[in-house]
Design a protein around this ligand. Sequence first.
Ligand SMILES: [Zn+2]
Length: 303
Amino acid sequence: MIKDIISNEDVKEFFSNELKRDKNSGTYLFYGSDMTLLMEFAIYFAKGLCCETLDGDFCNSCSTCKRIDSFSYSDLEILDNPDGITVDQVRSLGYVSSSSSYEGSRKIFIIKDISKMKKEAGNALLKIIEEPNNGSFFILLNTNLNILPTIKSRSIIVKIKKRSAEELGVDKFTYDFFRGNNEDIKKFKELNIDLQKGYSYMDIGKAIKHYSDNEDLESKINIYKGLRDFVNNRNYLADIDKIYFAEEIVRNSGSRNILRDIISYTVEILGDIQGLQDRLQMKKMMRAPINMKLFFINFFLKI
Ligand SMILES: [Zn+2]
């Protein structure tokens, strides 16, 4: 039920009030720095809209709630494209939204990373949300508010704040280690891993390779530990070792997402010290199609 959601009391109140209004359609923009948490809240709201037992809330135990939780509810569609959803995806969404629902009276569309969408796709989406079909609800998710103003102005904007260390039930070191990432911390609590135990920067390639193949939290933790080890020792390392480190990272990464995460994690653990602006600039550069190997060598030589 809504009252059982941990954190973001104001959002919980908004959910209750909004669901009571019993609307025919709606567009919402959930934003906040933790995408896994945005998704979690989008699922709560979707259950609130569709639950077959409770009005204006969700029960978590009816077949609809359960199927939404397992992403197997036919009237829930999640669009997730790391490069931004395409105009074709938006068109097919428009088609689905105009056809009748399979299960209940409402169809829910959750669209991740709305700011990565190209302009053409954005305009196509705008048309759909401007005149939504009866029963269609769009929940747009983004880590910031830098999205098309026309889409923003047609959405109800909901800010989802990160959970605190206390709300997640962990100490400050653990919280900072995972940068407050909700899903990582939840998974971590189920495993028995010692965060204090060291992991050499020289082995980072192994951890990345393993993570690329399995996406397991243990390898992710080893990647983070390796980055911390490098940052702590960077003043004593020869350039050749730094270059080796950078090459190992790029050679073993299966996707750009891992590389992006490595840069943002490193920038964050370096904290607000000299040259932060430079580093943020580099973080931005990651979005451009550049030579990754040169970029990483340059980055790790410079810090
Ligand atoms: Zn239910």
